[in-house]
Design a binder for this molecule. Structure first.
Ligand SMILES: CC(C)(COP(=O)(O)OP(=O)(O)OC[C@H]1O[C@@H](n2cnc3c(N)ncnc32)[C@H](O)[C@@H]1OP(=O)(O)O)[C@@H](O)C(=O)NCCC(=O)NCCS
Length: 170
């Protein structure tokens, strides 16, 4: 297993988000953050499957002041990374942690050999869409009715990014 070469990044207010590999004993706080942040959250079994898969998904947590406040899950292979989940604890959203977490996930993807990253996002998720587009992701397709929603189903917009094109701001 490759070691993590990525140093923690300071946030503007002196806060620091340190990232490391997710462990099984992280799943309680991860699931708490997940269920508070998403209307349709991942289940415990989905995180366990990602950790148990061979080869495992690249599952990361973001730690601030000793507490897990963010998580992200990548699958990486054949030069492609797929961002399957990125989440910041609801009470800490809008403070820059999501941008730091995504920046760390982009670096992990490059470290693990990916040249491109892909993701799906609900077009109604304006915060996530704004974040992805600010980094340089472009919408490259639509998956009709991909997500469950309050009104039935919602399309997914598929975004892609060549990692060499990631904005200097990440
Ligand atoms: C999406 C998410 C990860 C972003 O993390 P965050 O910590 O809230 O976002 P940040 O504070 O890092 O802001 C990143 C960018 O998002 C955009 N943004 C943040 N809050 C916003 C708001 N209220 N309105 C519009 N855009 C916003 C801005 O472009 C911001 O960049 P800037 O402030 O540097 O210009 C987080 O909100 C989250 O966990 N949401 C629930 C789970 C989710 O939707 N995940 C993505 C699934 S595809």
């Amino acid at each position: 297993m490759a070691t993590d070469p990525i140093p923690p990044e300071p946030l503007n207010d002196g806060d620091v988000l340190v990232t490391r590999a997710m462990r099984r004993d992280d799943l309680e706080p991860v699931l708490t953050n997940e269920t508070r942040a998403y209307a349709f959250p991942w289940t415990l079994g989905m995180f366990e499957d990602c950790l148990n898969s061979q080869p495992p998904y690249d599952c990361r947590v973001g730690i601030r002041g000793g507490s897990i406040v963010a998580h992200g899950v990548l699958s990486v292979g054949a030069g492609e990374a797929h961002l399957l989940n990125v989440c910041v604890a609801r009470h800490l959203q809008g403070r820059g942690f999501g941008r730091v977490m995504l920046s760390q996930l982009l670096r992990r993807a490059a470290f693990l050999g990916a040249e491109q990253m892909f993701l799906e996002v609900r077009p109604s998720n304006r915060v996530a869409v704004t974040l992805y587009e600010s980094i340089g992701f472009s919408c490259i397709g639509v998956r009709k009715g991909y997500y469950p929603s309050e009104l039935g189903r919602e399309d997914a917009h598929v975004y892609g990014l060549y990692l060499t094109d990631a904005s200097e701001s990440v």
